[in-house]
Design a protein around this ligand. Structure first.
Ligand SMILES: [Fe+2]
Length: 201
């Protein structure tokens, strides 16, 4: 069955003033929709058609070479954005609690140190890409991926992400990625991250 976009879990303008409604409309309705539609086109007739998006991203090597990079880019974009919408919420931000806070402290020294390292990762992605908090082999790590590459293709479980493609911030922040990353912390959905963390155990 063809992939479709899950509804955005909040109103387009709900993340204002941190992420504008204009950005959310273009990002979800144009960019994410295009990744979804192009994933369906790229997978048509391949052995992975009809599989879960995670299964597709884990098994890119099973695709014929002439389809592989299209699926890698489009299916990555489709999956990554679905996760991204669920890393944010209105009235988010602040500090996580419970198990998530403890795991972040154990992994990075303190929540503030995690925030610094994640911000540095988001800022140092060259060109278009993503910064991630992922779980792999029972440990948390901060990683970057270029373009629409997904950590799922590297055997990692993504817990939290920031999209640092210019399309994620340019309409509101122009070229000032640092201001966008700073604003992003105000909409971080720690409850969502905590739920994904439990599922990895
Ligand atoms: Fe994006």
């Amino acid at each position: 069955m063809a992939y479709t976009l899950a509804p955005l879990p909040y109103d387009f303008a709900a993340l204002e003033p941190f992420i504008s409604g204009d950005i959310m409309h273009v990002h979800y309705e144009k960019h994410h929709q295009a990744y979804c539609d192009n994933t369906n086109k790229a997978l048509a007739g391949t052995a992975l058609e009809g599989k879960s998006i995670e299964e597709v991203l884990e098994n890119l090597s099973q695709l014929p070479e002439d389809k592989r990079s299209a699926v890698r880019n489009q299916a990555g974009g489709y999956f990554n954005h679905t996760l991204f919408w669920n890393c944010m919420k209105p009235q988010g931000g602040g500090k996580p609690a419970g198990d998530l806070l403890k795991v972040l402290e154990d992994s990075f020294g303190s929540f503030e140190s995690f925030q610094e390292k994640f911000t540095a990762a988001a800022m140092s992605v060259f060109g278009s890409g993503w910064a991630w908090l992922v779980a792999k082999d029972g440990k948390l790590q901060i990683v970057q991926t270029p373009n629409q590459d997904s950590p799922v293709s590297q055997g990692m479980t993504p817990l939290f992400a920031i999209d640092v493609w210019e399309h994620a911030y340019y309409l509101q922040y122009k070229n000032l990625r640092a201001d966008y990353v700073k604003a992003f912390w105000n909409v971080a959905d720690w409850d969502g991250v905590g739920k994904r963390l439990i599922q990895t155990k």
